[in-house]
Design a protein around this ligand. Sequence first.
Ligand SMILES: Nc1nc2c(ncn2[C@@H]2O[C@H](COP(=O)(O)OP(=O)(O)OP(=O)(O)O)[C@@H](O)[C@H]2O)c(=O)[nH]1
Ligand SMILES: [Mg+2]
Length: 348
Amino acid sequence: MIFNLFGYPKTGKTTLFNLLTGQKEAVDKFSSKGELHKAIVEVPDPRLTQLNELYHTIVKPAQVEYLDTGSLAYGEVKGSTFVDLLRRGDGMVHVVRGFEDPEIPHPAGKVDPKRDILSMEAELLLTDQISVETRLERLEKDLKKAKNKDGEEEKALMLKLKEHLEAGHPLREVVLEPHEENRIRGFEFLSRKPLIHMVNLGEGMESWEEGGNNRMVLCFYGKIEAELSEITEESQRREFLEAYGISHSVRDHFIRESYSLLNLRSFFTVGEDEVRAWTIHKGDSAYDAAGKIHTDLQKGFIRAEVIFWEDLIKVGGFKGAKEKALLRLEGKEYPVKDGDIVHIRSGL
Ligand SMILES: Nc1nc2c(ncn2[C@@H]2O[C@H](COP(=O)(O)OP(=O)(O)OP(=O)(O)O)[C@@H](O)[C@H]2O)c(=O)[nH]1
Ligand SMILES: [Mg+2]
């Protein structure tokens, strides 16, 4: 899972990156070297610790990759070299300036997070519009040379997308048939990706939240949390945050909300070698889950043995689960649920 942090200059992207990853990249008032920062972070999951009481082995939490892509100038998103990076990500995290600071002038003069949210959304839309138009030109040229059904179908779909974009609607709002979805997957349209606006507020400013169709707005207090990051003791940190009226750290909040926005679920594999969490999407099948673990397991898929994590703990392990007949045998199509322990039986 890859999350890209992006946004206009001096909004707190690197500050947020540090808070989410625990890194200590320099944050700067005046200049930015425009470096990319990348970190792979483990997703905390107390269920793993509990499961490991049965095995006493290595715990491997699910991982998320964060990329701090640097800043984008107003109006320049479409031509930017970051666009390809954004296309490769699973989720887009737009860091928005919400804090006042006379020493850090805002490129648009006034601090106005709602305006910047709309402005960035319009830029992402425009980027897709250009991709769609470029593709249409190409298709029309090809169709002039030789008519073909496939080309005609793609053209019709691109025209439909164009219409939506021209009406100012992001592509995440377009309902597509599965075959249409497959056709456009490779384009990685930005306005179709899950988008989280993270508004970086100053002390005492009022936070708000918006949620909806694959898009949400969350607030955080970058500077306050950065100042607290010296405190490593978790309970102390929480106490300080509460003293500022902040109920949860941005990291916990972000992980929870982004998992639900992207419809992510965790399943586990357990054994003497490791107790491990894997990330899948809601509705993914046992066959998909096998593919996450290893392509060979997927190729040779026979059956999945499944038990809910709490049930396994109750009966003290697989032996007890078999005795109590709690281990279910499921086929390829079984939709894996959050918290399932999955053991794939494979013929390879
Ligand atoms: N007052 C205030 N300053 C902040 C806050 N968040 C970040 N800053 C300051 O804003 C400056 C830029 O922060 P960064 O996290 O480097 O912002 P950035 O978006 O990564 O900046 P660029 O990569 O240069 O575009 C630093 O001096 C931060 O200390 C905040 O919530 N309040
Ligand atoms: Mg930065």
